[in-house]
Design a protein around this ligand. Sequence first.
Ligand code: UGA
Length: 439
Amino acid sequence: MAEDSVKIAVIGCGYLGAVHAACMASLGHDVIGIDVDANKIARLQAGEAPFFEPQLNELLVEGQSASSLSFAHSSTHASEADVIFICVGTPQREGDYAANLDYLDAAFRSAAAVAKEGALLVGKSTVPVGTAERLRREIALTRPDLTVMWNPEFLREGHAVSDTLGPDRLVYGVANGDDEAVERLDAVYARLLSEGTPRLIVNLPTAELVKTAANSFLATKISFINAMAELCEASGADVTLLADAIGRDERIGRRFLNAGIGFGGGCLPKDIRAFSARAGEIGADEALTFLREIDLINLRRRNRAVEAIAAMCGGSLLGKRIGVLGASFKPESDDVRDSPALSIAQQLQLQGASVRVYDPEAMENASRRFPELRYVADWQSAVAGADVVAVLTEWTQFTELSPEALSTHVRSQALFDGRNAFDPATFREAGWVYRGVGR
Ligand code: UGA
């Protein structure tokens, strides 16, 4: 190992942790990834991520062959590390919208139990504001030698490796302006800092809030443009052109202004709900009532998509065949958590349609979570004999399809473009009925 290499343990090897461990090893550190799930660890040891993420398998193989990366399933292996990152999930709690912190609390306790003298414990999970300070105080009771920091992660699924190795910013949450802790985390991110990545040093609650505020802002942007799409539909305007025009204003920006069937995944929907729940707990409920509206606008998109497809079928879905292209919550991901595509597919089926679903990467996850839907092996089988083709996730292999390529398979030439990913004129000129969102 190089002289400036840091001994790192990463507890929790789900999405965030597996990517973080592999990326830290690629920066030249000596990293061990730890997870209680022995199956997950075995797959990671075999150089295979338990989910689809471009570039990650390569890093897993490279790191393990260079002996800078290893995986284990007991937290006792964190005992050698100078820096222990905690990357476990904080899922939505059963029965309400708050975050379930059981895994996080357990991970911090087990890290504190084994950590070597003076180690740095760095939380990366998305948490309700106040969690880091609570853990810091709790740990100080038994292990005053340890330091707790919070360092939120902003990676997007599908771009996780490049986002981790080339972030827009690094946020360090520290208690009491602890310069030594900052220096130690600087040693971990030395390469990113030398490449000019901005670093913001804030207190613990600010670091936690940066993450939830950023995700809430992104969700708000999407629901804002989807609300505009409703107005466009009612007035004959085109939301894509509207987004292009308002997005030219640098204060607004064009990114995350794509109208469609809305946001899903394991982060934005859960995070805005947990954020609202937390605001209530700390007596700031009124500040976030707008997030409930953001959630409602988002969920309404799904119903509106079903209504639009039904209208394309002449008003009733009964006995109609719908070819659904896309199951993951977004392209370049096999994640189907809170996927708008699958929620729409389910509703179509409930209303009597015969639905066939195809996705390039998410078939396994989709069929496990929604076994009642019918999955087929390729896009051709999904659209065969279809009354409407519904493109619900904008994978390039779908958005490159021409009217001619689709026409040979379908029963009627009707396209529902749930992500405004096609050129309406191309389809209309080829004799198709085209329906997008807000255009
Ligand atoms: C999101 C954030 O973008 C990351 O910065 C954050 O780190 C991550 O959550 C997290 O908390 O871990 P991710 O869930 O991977 O990342 O997905 P996004 O790329 O944000 O997309 C979320 C959803 O919004 C998708 O369903 C996507 O289709 C939808 N979307 C996105 C739109 O409907 N319109 C847009 O213009 C953009």
